[in-house]
Ligand binder design. Structure first.
Ligand SMILES: [Zn+2]
Length: 464
């Protein structure tokens, strides 16, 4: 099992170990590496390593059976380690663990990193050709959905209630949508929506633009019927709703009255009650964001709740921070699409990313990172989201935040990895996390913190 034909051999400095590369089957490689113990003493041991069937295997000694160190390289990332006191080191990270390895020379180190990266890349290519690939994560199999670059966006969007006809004029087969309002519309109305500005309506094509799963879900959970129930509640006797054949200016007048002036939402009595109603809308937005009630959130926004209002009864939190406490991925996305400040901090200096890390909402951590949350933001006690995730023992989130950090460092030193690795690996991993969070959130939120026997042993050592 350790010998292969069709190989290129590279002798290491000592002349003992042999690297065996086989580029024809995805960069299979074997040879000696030093492995740093994850115990407290951090001792280094020289072992024989090999990649086999997307796994990284090593022999502790020639008498023992091979040990699987990483059981699925396609969910791993590989990174050069230049900050520690040894040369030629690199690090492998997976959801469950990270491991530091040392090669005997710079040449061997890059051969290993190339080969492992080749495994990762090959695994992703396999996924695209085999949609039914089962990827083993933790102990439960998870099927990887279609890549989001080719989503059946239109079909999904039209399955929402009322979405088969333009939200504003009723024309059949709409091909456009407003991602923040959660509605579908015809091309003419989409042009009018675009003219309102992105702070009111973010227009996208359902056939030409790419859609993320959570954005499509907004169109289904909200949709034309629900949104018209809110924005046309008082419409009947005020203005005639246009039809598909109405002149453009009629549609324009309707759309401006409906979304800019919000004339048909509900009549806000002027006078002493106006402030009380506004306060009620803000409080409702906050509590609906915590509970993940999308319809109530849309109602509160229509009634004038400001998206970035600080709730001083809740330590200055915004609705977005509330949604990160509550754990609804869709609530989080809905607020972000409607202009929520992803980096707002409460009175304790904590933002939405701190909250998602504290409460173990992996999908939201992923989403917030994608939307530009600052992973380095420290709260009043000096804790950033990563240190909170370590403290609260959420293994997935620790991995995600570490990868985000590596990703940023790699971007800063652009070109450093050459063709070995770039952002794509991390984008793939983020994509898989975010797809899992959308399709199977239980898998992520309920996964226990996995501790290896080495780590348990380390705890024992520290107690003694
Ligand atoms: Zn229309």
């Amino acid at each position: 099992m350790w010998q292969r034909s069709n190989t290129a051999r590279v002798h290491d400095a000592s002349g003992e170990a042999v690297i065996v590369c086989n580029p024809s089957d995805g960069g299979t490689i074997q040879g000696y590496l030093f492995k740093r113990s994850r115990k407290k003493n951090k001792t280094w041991k020289r072992c024989w390593f090999s990649t086999e069937n997307n796994q990284l295997i090593y022999l502790k000694s020639h008498k023992e059976q091979p040990v699987v160190l990483f059981d699925d390289l396609r969910l791993c990332a590989v990174k050069s380690l230049d900050v520690i006191d040894r040369r030629f080191c690199f690090e492998l990270l997976s959801v469950q663990k990270c491991c530091v390895l040392q090669a005997d020379s710079e040449e061997l180190k890059s051969a290993w990193m190339n080969a492992v990266q080749g495994c990762i890349d090959m695994a992703y290519r396999d996924q695209v050709t085999d949609q039914n690939t089962q990827v083993k994560v933790s102990s439960a199999p998870v099927s990887i959905p279609d890549p989001p670059s080719h989503p059946p966006a239109l079909g999904v969007a039209l399955s929402g209630r009322g979405n088969q006809h333009c939200c504003d004029c009723g024309e059949a087969e709409p091909r456009w949508a407003s991602v923040n309002l959660g509605i579908t519309m015809c091309i003419e109305c989409s042009g009018i929506h675009r003219s309102l500005g992105v702070h009111l309506s973010k227009v996208r094509s359902l056939t030409l633009d790419s859609w993320e799963p959570e954005q499509l879900k907004l169109l289904c959970v909200l949709g034309n019927e629900v949104i018209n129930g809110i924005y046309e509640r008082e419409a009947a006797d005020v203005l005639q709703k246009p039809s598909a054949g109405s002149p453009r200016q009629d549609k324009e007048q309707w759309i401006r009255s409906k979304y800019v002036e919000k004339r048909f939402v509900a009549r806000h009595p002027d006078g002493p009650d106006a402030d009380a109603l506004k306060l009620r809308a803000r409080q409702r937005l906050y509590s609906a964001s915590v509970s993940g009630d999308l319809v109530a959130m849309a109602e509160a926004l229509a009634e004038g709740a400001e998206i970035n209002w600080n709730n001083n009864e809740q330590e200055g939190r915004t609705a977005l921070i509330g949604s990160a406490i509550g754990g609804s991925l869709l609530a989080c996305e809905f607020l972000l699409q409607n202009g929520a400040n992803v980096n707002h901090r409460d009175q304790r200096g904590q933002g939405a990313l701190h909250a998602a890390a504290t409460y173990g909402h992996t999908g939201q951590v992923c989403l917030l990172l994608k939307r530009g949350a600052n992973q380095y933001a420290a709260d009043e006690k000096g804790n950033d989201p990563l240190s909170i995730a370590i403290e609260t023992a959420h293994a997935d989130i620790v991995t995600l935040l570490r990868m985000a950090r590596m990703n940023e460092e790699m971007r800063d030193s652009e070109g450093f990895f050459g063709s070995v690795g770039d952002d794509e690996t991390f984008q793939d991993i983020f994509r898989d996390f975010s797809n899992m969070a959308s399709h199977d959130p239980e898998k992520l939120t309920r996964r226990p913190f996995i501790r290896s026997s080495e780590e348990e042993q380390q705890d024992e050592e520290e107690k003694n």
